[in-house]
Design a protein around this ligand. Sequence first.
Ligand code: DGL
Length: 267
Amino acid sequence: MSDNRPIGVFDSGLGGLYATAHISHLMPRENIVYLGDTARVPYGTRSRETIIGYAEDDVRFLLSKDVKMILAACGTVSSVALDKIKESSPVPTFGIVEGAVESAMKATISGRVAVIGTDATIGSGVFEKMLYARGANFVISRACPLLVPLVECGFCGRDNVVASSVCRSYLEPIKEAGVDTLILGCTHFPILYDVISDILCGVSLIDTGRVAAETVARYILQSGSGADISRGDVRYYVTDSADGFSAAAKIFVGGKKICAETVEITK
Ligand code: DGL
């Protein structure tokens, strides 16, 4: 039975836009409501309690838009708060961790896998635990908090010396560990894909934005809850000023111009 209600996607800021663009690409008929909590980004440096509180606000806002499912397109929320928001969400709610771990275990040959993410994501140990549970032999993880503001400020191209120098410094121990697969465990990081792959030649990179979009597509197909309109649209909401959002957002959506509305999501 078709369901024309929108898919709800949220992130602490702009990173989830990339997953949203992939959802639209995979399922052009779907309506999507995107929320970026730009007033409170970054989440990744905050306490578990704060992240859970923020994620609950995000979910409440999306539910007010009558969404049929929710994707937490944020590595931090997915690692720290997913169980909590699943408990309180009346619609199917997904994160990015499980799909990324499954993709990594398909990609790895040696069973040696690395994960990078925010402080909160890496501190939670969720990726490591799940990777070992799925048969990894060795896991190295590293918090890379500086990569989030770098990406939000547009320092992300292959030729950007700042981006490559910061990435090189963060990735050195991972290079030395001899892994064959790296999970980009933060939805901002796939924007640095080229920079990272230049540094870690031959290592398979797991792009959490794409994997998250595939998780959504799989659920929609399996549950038969796809939309039956000819073309869906995407509505963008942010919690800080929408001025300047379009310019910053372009990096995440392949240069497309998008407009957002500012909303208040706290009670
Ligand atoms: N999008 C967030 C994540 O995937 C990163 C930004 C933040 O720290 O809020 O973890």
